[in-house]
Design a protein around this ligand. Structure first.
Ligand code: URA
Length: 241
């Protein structure tokens, strides 16, 4: 591919800017400064550096963010801090977008990707991808809450939910597993059973758990094992189970 396209995609910077960087001698290929944006490079084979730092080959990016309290799941600026503000500069891409959304006051696992197909696959209602939440409750859930969750609860406005899991962990905390993603769904399901959610944390999407070592407010790339857990990569056939 063309060097200017590689640098643009790998750095998330418009081609007009990267053309200037290249002409200005800021880009090296295989240790040599290359000033021609039209030079050909092979992603994964040629080592491309910008201002002395390696540029990962362009390709789709999948990030795990430990979403902190108080940030909005949005790519738009203007309404206070967003999840995009949590992404380190070297991981930012113009086409990076959250996969689904968490409320401003919900914490935990949020995925972001540049891969529109993956985003669609993980959020499409017909895919029924599991999402597990830890909810801290105020008030008493009705006695048949678990059965109502399992049967598919009707919300206050009549909206019918898919069957969901409810496991009481203590008298104030519950694990809730959804296979869909309606607006404020956990809060509205809990409210339909007579209690309120005072804190909500997402711990899992499909078979991918939030890394307990990832501090709130930080994001990192998924590992190959995590991409397998998400169903993006096939398991390594040489790996003994
Ligand atoms: N359900 C909610 O009520 N809020 C979230 O952020 C996610 C699920």
């Amino acid at each position: 591919m063309r060097l200017d396209r590689y640098v643009s995609q790998a750095s998330g910077t418009p081609r007009t800017q990267t053309t200037r960087w290249i002409a200005g001698g800021l880009v090296q290929v295989g240790g040599r400064v290359v000033k021609d944006g039209g030079a050909q490079v092979v992603p994964g084979r040629d080592r491309v550096r910008l201002r002395g730092a390696d540029l990962d080959p362009p390709g789709h990016l999948v990030l795990m963010l430990h979403k902190p309290l108080g940030v909005v799941t949005s790519t738009e600026t203007g309404n206070g801090p967003t999840v995009m503000d949590c992404i380190a500069a070297d991981l930012r891409r113009r086409d990076l977008a959250p996969i689904g959304r968490l409320d401003k006051d919900t914490t935990g696992l949020l995925l972001l990707t540049t891969d529109g197909g993956l985003n669609h696959a993980l959020t499409h209602p017909r895919r029924h991808v599991e999402k597990a939440y830890l909810a801290t409750l105020d008030g008493q859930l009705c006695a048949d809450a678990q059965a109502r969750f399992a049967a598919g609860i009707a919300l206050a406005d009549g909206t019918l939910c898919q069957p969901a899991g409810l496991e009481l962990l203590t008298d104030r905390t519950a694990r809730i597993v959804l296979r869909e993603g309606k607006f404020h769904q956990v809060k509205r399901m809990v409210a339909a059973c007579g209690a309120a959610v005072v804190a909500l944390h997402r711990e899992r999407i499909a078979n991918l758990w939030l890394d307990p070592a990832l501090p709130p407010g930080l994001a990192r790339k998924l590992t190959a094992d995590e991409l397998v857990a998400l169903g993006v990569l096939l398991p390594d056939p040489n790996e003994v189970a």
